[in-house]
Design a protein around this ligand. Structure first.
Ligand SMILES: *[C@@H]1O[C@H](CO)[C@@H](O)[C@H](O)[C@H]1NC(C)=O
Ligand SMILES: *[C@@H]1O[C@H](CO)[C@@H](O)[C@H](O)[C@H]1NC(C)=O
Ligand SMILES: *[C@@H]1O[C@H](CO)[C@@H](O)[C@H](O)[C@H]1NC(C)=O
Ligand SMILES: *[C@@H]1O[C@H](CO)[C@@H](O)[C@H](O)[C@H]1NC(C)=O
Length: 746
């Protein structure tokens, strides 16, 4: 039972605010001398934050579930019951048997007989990441040079295989038969669709009979999937390089040819015959033996990991002159790799080009489709259906963060989480449940590095963790835009510099670089001028020019104040970012900007750091999780709560703040999704709350100790493919060969 005494709360609140305001005023007075103004700005923000935190947490209960044995016993019971009633296998990865270490047969695929016996092979094979990655791990052990590649081994393209044989009679208009929607007036109302001929070409001699040659404009969800997959099947160039992550460095292999040829897929490329043990492919065993094979030091890159607790970024990293880089590369004594050559021509193409073409295309959907905006959050080539609000979405975003951070840190790329991802980190170290993408930033010098060494690379997750237990099989495509030398908004085509794309779904991490430019910087940095030396102050004053700063020279102003911007005109100062602080994000090591509070205040306003309901979600302090507001409300014992509303009244907020241990147990017992989330995240979110406290006190030594926790680096959510293995009937019951038989009629 929760009772509320509105009047009493009101009196407390008034008293509290009066006292607080008095303290606030007196601190402001002390700090109002001019040389302390910048400092005062920061103090103001801290006071504001404290105030907000108190406001939203008034009388909140603190149950400390992490050391409450009664609670834990009850949760164990609830978990048992929930697993028993788990008809949809939602909780499979929480069962003790979910990842039984001794039994690795679930990671093993029997190689189909058509590889060995003299029988006809199918034209294409099913996709199974255990099979593909397992084979490449084994191949890398024996072969030193570059590897063959075809997208069909790395992405599930089976949805288009029905076109390989089935539409003989309509071949000539195959493009319009499948993709033309121009006559469906209701469907295309309000959308600027493209003519089919613009993106689809009749190719009688190809396997599909048609070829998708470029991005396609708005389409239906189903066609979007087919278009992306068709493009990957017969048009998309292969990645230039494969990077196999490990827990300590990576293995790298160049791809033999960028040409898209089915002959380069495992089914045709003879890799299997080069394996020592070709009949059974066990991805876990193969990973572990690759790691322990010593001969591969050549390809194994380890030396570059970033390990600093506090990482100062050289100022020069924000100021790169493309011409210098072009000259350096052009006159290089060492021969340039294919990737470097491509990078050089990309820089030449981009430098001085004031009207660069749009580089990234998303899976744009027709306006008439409900929630069509969701399509914007997927790369069109890898789109595989909408995932917003599904378990899949949380899994993929988690694995994206994990692999991006490990890839970047292991290869010495300086980067940090930004925007919404930084804000969600502040709350509990996890992404928000409503997130649709992830944002990171890097200095412009690091973007050049990414372009020079990793553009068009496929990054493959480490199949096992440091103890040899299964970890994951995610695959990510690194794609760097074609106009990275232009650092202002310009024609607005390219706000995003690069993407780290999940190839199973098309969901991605947006990578933006910060650089010093002559773009107009915002006035919030004016107070920093007083901290400069006399001469510099003078230079800024002159640069500001006449009345209202009309002819202001921002090149000088930005340089004196060390202000940087991305191509979407977000400004940040050097002092806000550097030094970066090592922290944990979703249980992975990451970096965040030193003055993240100032940055978040500029972008979102301080109330976003303490306001506990947003969109359809409310933050439960004791569980350290965001959860559906309406469901939480339905558990409140309050007469006049409007359960149909996503908003919270102040009274409801209080009732939520005061939820008892029993209330929480009831919530967990009746909401398997919440239970699952709590079980998967509570160890890490606890660590995050300790870490955040230490970071706010600038006790970096203790942060470092906290980060020695052996659990850090492990995934918090299941692997996407193994999740499918527990849900898909064919994957559950059929062998690889049987699955091949089933869809290819061979
Ligand atoms: C791989 O190449 C390096 C030199 O490039 C050589 O030392 C090593 O023996 C080779 N390993 C295999 C397995 O071929
Ligand atoms: C990572 O690998 C390097 C070189 O192989 C080795 O010196 C180092 O000890 C390894 N680090 C860990 C944590 O295993
Ligand atoms: C990355 O590769 C793509 C495809 O080859 C190319 O268009 C783009 O210009 C490259 N970006 C850089 C920075 O080299
Ligand atoms: C910050 O947010 C609060 C509450 O949402 C709002 O009232 C206030 O105007 C905002 N302040 C700024 C500077 O945007």
């Amino acid at each position: 039972m929760i009772k509320l005494y509105p009047r009493r709360i009101f009196i407390k609140l008034v008293l509290f605010l009066t006292v607080f305001y008095a303290i606030f005023i007196s601190i402001k007075l002390i700090l109002s001398q001019p040389n302390l103004r910048q400092y005062s700005y920061l103090i103001d923000q801290k006071i504001n934050l404290k105030y907000n935190e108190i406001y939203f947490n008034l009388l909140a209960s603190k149950h400390d579930f992490d050391s409450n044995t009664f609670f834990q016993k009850q949760v164990e019971k609830i978990t048992e019951t929930s697993i028993t009633n788990d008809k949809l296998s939602m909780l499979w990865n929480l069962e003790k048997s979910g990842f039984k270490q001794e039994d690795t047969s679930i990671f093993e695929i029997e190689t189909p007989s058509y590889f060995f016996e003299n029988i006809e092979s199918p034209m294409v094979q099913p996709f199974d990441s255990r099979f593909t990655i397992g084979i490449y791990y084994q191949y890398l052990q024996n072969v030193n040079s570059s590897v063959p590649f075809h997208w069909s081994d790395w992405v599930d393209l089976s949805k288009i295989y029905k076109f390989l044989i089935n539409i003989e009679d309509t071949r000539e208009n195959v493009c319009s038969t499948i993709f033309d929607i121009s006559s469906q007036t209701e469907l295309i109302k309000g959308s600027q669709i493209k003519q089919v001929e613009e993106y689809c070409r009749y190719e009688p001699d190809s396997l599909l009979g048609y070829k998708i040659i470029k991005e396609t404009g708005p389409q239906t969800v189903q066609n979007r999937e087919l278009l992306g997959k068709s493009y990957l099947f017969s048009t998309a160039p292969s990645p230039r390089k494969l990077i196999f992550l490990t827990n300590n460095g990576s293995f790298q292999a160049n791809v033999e040819t960028p040409l898209n040829q089915l002959e380069n897929s495992i089914l045709y490329n003879d890799m299997i015959n080069n394996l020592q043990n070709p009949t059974k492919v066990n991805v876990l065993h193969n990973y572990n033996s690759l790691i322990s094979s010593a001969q591969l030091q050549q390809q194994h890159i380890t030396q570059q990991e970033l390990t600093y607790q506090v990482l100062g970024i050289p100022k020069a990293d924000f100021n790169i002159d493309p011409e210098t880089v072009i000259n350096q590369l052009s006159s290089s004594k060492l021969p340039l790799s294919d990737m470097e050559q491509q990078f050089l021509s990309s820089l030449k193409f981009s430098h001085g080009n004031t009207d660069p073409p749009k580089y990234f295309y998303e899976a744009k959907l027709l306006n008439s489709i409900p929630d069509d905006w969701q399509g914007e959050h997927y790369d069109w080539r890898f789109f595989n259906g909408l995932t917003v609000g599904k378990d899949k979405q949380a899994i993929v975003l988690h694995r994206l963060v994990k692999n991006y951070l490990n890839f970047a840190r292991n290869h010495g790329i300086i980067t940090w989480i930004a925007h919404g991802s930084l804000l969600s980190w502040y709350w509990n170290g996890m992404a928000f449940p409503w997130d649709t993408d992830i944002d990171v930033q890097m200095p412009i010098a690091e973007l050049y590095k990414l372009g020079q060494h990793f553009n068009q690379t496929l990054v493959i997750e480490n199949a096992a963790d440091a103890n040899g237990e299964f970890d994951g099989m995610g695959r990510y495509f690194v794609d760097v835009g074609s106009s990275i030398t232009s650092r202002i908004k310009g024609n607005g085509n390219n706000a995003i510099d690069a993407r780290f794309i999940d190839v199973d779904t098309g969901l991605y991490i947006d990578i933006t670089a910060l650089a010093m430019t002559d773009a107009k910087s915002p006035s919030r940095y004016d107070s920093m001028v007083s901290q400069l030396g006399k001469d510099a102050q003078m230079r800024v004053k002159n640069a500001r020019g006449g009345e209202a700063g009309k002819d202001a020279n921002y090149e000088i102003i930005n340089s004196e104040l060390q202000l940087y911007n991305c191509r979407n005109n977000h400004f940040t100062s050097y002092a806000e970012i550097s030094p970066l602080v090592r922290t944990t994000v979703e249980n992975q090591i990451s970096y965040i900007p030193y003055n993240f509070i100032t940055i978040l205040n500029d972008e979102y306003n301080l109330s976003s750091l303490s306001k506990k309901n947003h969109r359809a979600f409310t933050f439960l302090n004791n569980l350290r999780l965001w959860f559906d507001t309406k469901i939480i409300k339905s558990h409140l014992d309050r007469k006049n709560s409007d359960i149909s509303s996503e908003e919270l009244t102040y009274g409801e907020l209080h009732a939520i703040n005061k939820l008892s241990v029993k209330d929480h147990l009831n919530l967990l017992a009746s909401n398997p999704a919440l239970l699952k989330e709590w079980l998967q995240t509570h160890k890490f979110t606890k660590l995050h709350s300790q870490e955040l406290k230490l970071i706010r006190n600038q006790d970096f030594k203790s942060v470092q100790n906290l980060q020695k926790d052996k659990e850090i680096g492990k995934p918090l959510r299941s692997d996407l493919f193994m999740d499918l293995v527990h849900h898909d009937e064919d994957l559950k019951s059929l062998s690889f060969e049987e699955r091949a038989k089933k869809f290819s009629n061979w």
